[in-house]
Design a protein around this ligand. Structure first.
Ligand code: ADP
Ligand code: MG
Length: 230
């Protein structure tokens, strides 16, 4: 049975005001289930990153609402959203965003520290690094790792706090093709195992086989949706 984890209802976002106003999201409604990978596809400027920022509670919609595990977040105060972000949402970005002075294990541990003491993690930082195949490299710093290895560390950092939601913005864009596919495969295996609702923004068609669901965006709207039959 699909378990709804996070949903948006009639969400709109406009940047700027007056003549300069531009609508980045236009009345979006959809739900993301645990254990499922959704690919958000569409041309640059279609609204993918903006939708991720709404799902990640980094920005509030101008209209519409967002709910996480049945809780309507619309009226949450900023400090409560900070807690939601740090405990329940994992982020993976294009350029990894690791701390240069920390080694791989310390970078992953940071994901847990930021989530605070209340999180009951399913994984220790060491186990998270094992899960992404970096046991032997745990003492190396980001500049001693390849691009693919850095992105693995970033995936481990996002997953160590056992988030309900994993959001990734172009996570393979800075990687060569085969490394990118390995990262996509790794993310899919981990989110299935941990039943995490996962949304990946990408315009890389090679990732299509990794999506359980593909959503096509255009001009801030969801214009097509397709489910994998595999
Ligand atoms: P995508 O990730 O699909 O490339 P974005 O969500 O980044 O799309 O952008 C959607 C639209 O919103 C684009 O027209 C973009 O120019 C505009 N936009 C995004 N961020 C901002 C911002 N901070 N200020 C003004 N306009 C923005
Ligand atoms: Mg983007």
């Amino acid at each position: 049975m699909p378990e709804p984890v996070i949903s948006v209802s009639h969400v709109s976002v406009t940047y700027g005001a007056g003549a300069a106003a531009s609508k980045a999201l236009d009345d979006i409604s959809t739900t993301f289930d645990g254990g499922e990978v959704t690919l958000l596809m569409g041309a640059s400027g279609s609204g993918k990153s903006t939708l991720l920022s709404i799902l990640g509670c980094l920005r509030r919609p101008d209209r519409g609402s967002i709910s996480l595990m049945g809780r309507d977040l619309s009226h949450y105060r900023e400090k409560d959203l900070v807690g939601i972000r740090s405990r329940e949402i994992g982020f993976v970005f294009q350029f990894f965003r690791l701390i240069r002075s920390l080694n791989a294990l310390e970078n992953v541990s940071l994901g847990l520290d930021l989530a605070g003491g209340k999180t009951k993690s399913r994984l220790s930082p060491r186990e998270a690094l094992d899960a992404v195949g970096l046991t032997a490299k745990r003492n190396l710093r980001p500049d001693q790792l390849s691009g693919g290895e850095r992105q693995r560390v970033a995936v481990a950092r996002a997953l160590v706090k056992a988030p309900r939601v994993l959001l990734a913005d172009e996570p393979t864009a800075a990687l060569d093709s085969s490394t990118g596919l390995q990262i996509a495969e790794l993310i899919r295996a981990l989110v299935r195992e941990h039943k995490i609702a996962t949304v990946i923004a990408t315009h890389d068609p090679r990732l299509i086989p990794f999506g359980d669901r593909i959503i096509e965006m255009r001009d801030g709207r969801l214009v097509a949706e397709q489910r994998s039959t595999a």
